[in-house]
Write a protein that binds this ligand. Structure first.
Ligand SMILES: [Zn+2]
Length: 294
C-alpha cells in the first residue's frame, strides 16, 4: 500500500541541526489533476507545494505563507500558499508547458521556470507581513530555497525536493528533506563535515519517495550512525479554502455598475479559483440578489 502523505520534524546530533522530511505524493497528484498539469509543470508545482508545506510547518496558529516564483520561462510563474495546519494550495501560470528533457535526462524544471526572483511573504498576524526576496539560482526550486534560507533567513540549509513522474505522466512519488543548521553547529566543522558526507551519498529524493518506506526509515538510512530524534508528525494535504460565499463577496466588490453590466449580459457567470481550479457559477437571479444586497 502507498504510504500516506505526512511531515515529520527531527533533530540531528545534539541539537545541531533540525530536519523536516515529508512525503507529498498525494498533494502533487491532486495538484496535477486539478490543474491538468503537464509532467514538467507537475514537477515544478509539486516541489513548490512541498517546500511550501515545510514553510507552513515552521509557522504557528493561523499564520500563513505565500511563495511567488516569478521567472521568465514558459511556466509563467508559480504561486503556492500554505499554513501551519499542514495544508497548501497552488498553481502555475501555464500548466500545459511541454519541454524536452534537460541534458541530465530529467524534467526541465529550471528551464521552464527561467530567471527571475523568489518571493516569500509570511503573514505572521502582525501589522505588516514579513517579505523576503532572493534571485532564482537555477529555477530547480530546491537550490533556490537553499539560497533563500541561507541568505534571507540567515539559516544555512540543505534542501532536497523531488517529484518522480511515471511513464503515464502521473506522479509516482513526491517529497522533500530539509536540513537546517542550528546556531550551536554553525562553527562545528566536524558535524558539518559528517553532515555533508551524508548528503553527498544521499540517493535521488524523487526515487526515495516512490518507495514503500516510512519517513522515519528514510531518515534512519540517510543519517545512519548519527544521532537522530523524531520529534513530531503531521498530516499534509492539498486543500483550498475557497467557497461560493467568498466568490460572491468578490462579485460584490465589483460595485453596482459592473454587477449590473454582468446582469445585463443575461448569462450565468462562471468564476474560477486560481488556486484549485474549482468553478463557481452565478445565475442571473443570484447576481440580482447580490446587487440588491449592496
Ligand atoms: Zn480554491
Amino acid at each position: 500500500m502507498q504510504q500516506k502523505d505526512y511531515l515529520i520534524r527531527a533533530m540531528l546530533g545534539d541539537k545541531q541541526a533540525r530536519i523536516f522530511a515529508l512525503r507529498t505524493t498525494e498533494v502533487t497528484r491532486e495538484a496535477q489533476v486539478r490543474h491538468n498539469c503537464s509532467p514538467v509543470a507537475t514537477a515544478a508545482l509539486g516541489r513548490t507545494l512541498t517546500i511550501g508545506l515545510v514553510l507552513g510547518a515552521m509557522l504557528k496558529g493561523d499564520q500563513s505563507v505565500t511563495i511567488q516564483i516569478r521567472g521568465d520561462g514558459p511556466l509563467k510563474g508559480i504561486m503556492v500558499s500554505a499554513n501551519s495546519n499542514g495544508t497548501a494550495k497552488g498553481y502555475v501560470g501555464n500548466p500545459h508547458v511541454d519541454l524536452p528533457l534537460n541534458a541530465n535526462g530529467k524534467l526541465a524544471v529550471g528551464q521552464s521556470v527561467g530567471q527571475g526572483n523568489l518571493h516569500v511573504i509570511k503573514d505572521l498576524g502582525l501589522k505588516d507581513p514579513y517579505q523576503g526576496t532572493v534571485p532564482l539560482q537555477t529555477g530547480e526550486i530546491a537550490e533556490d530555497f537553499a539560497y533563500y534560507f541561507t541568505h534571507s533567513e540567515q539559516t544555512p540549509s540543505a534542501v532536497a525536493l523531488g517529484v518522480l513522474i511515471g511513464t503515464d505522466g502521473a506522479p509516482l512519488g513526491s517529497g522533500g528533506i530539509i536540513i537546517q543548521l542550528l546556531p550551536e553547529a554553525i562553527n562545528d566543522e566536524q558535524f558539518i563535515a559528517s553532515l555533508e558526507q551524508k548528503l553527498e551519498s544521499m540517493p535521488s529524493v524523487s526515487s526515495i519517495f516512490a518507495e514503500e518506506k516510512s519517513l522515519e526509515e528514510i531518515l534512519g538510512q540517510i543519517f545512519v550512525g548519527m544521532k537522530l530524534q523524531i520529534l513530531h508528525e503531521q498530516e499534509v494535504a492539498f486543500r483550498c479554502d475557497c467557497s461560493a460565499h467568498r466568490f460572491s463577496k468578490a462579485l460584490i466588490t465589483l460595485g453596482k455598475e459592473e454587477l449590473q453590466e454582468l446582469i445585463d449580459l443575461g448569462e450565468t457567470i462562471e468564476t474560477v479559483c486560481h488556486f484549485c481550479s474549482q468553478t463557481y457559477n452565478f445565475k442571473v437571479d443570484q447576481l440580482e440578489r447580490l446587487l440588491s444586497s449592496i
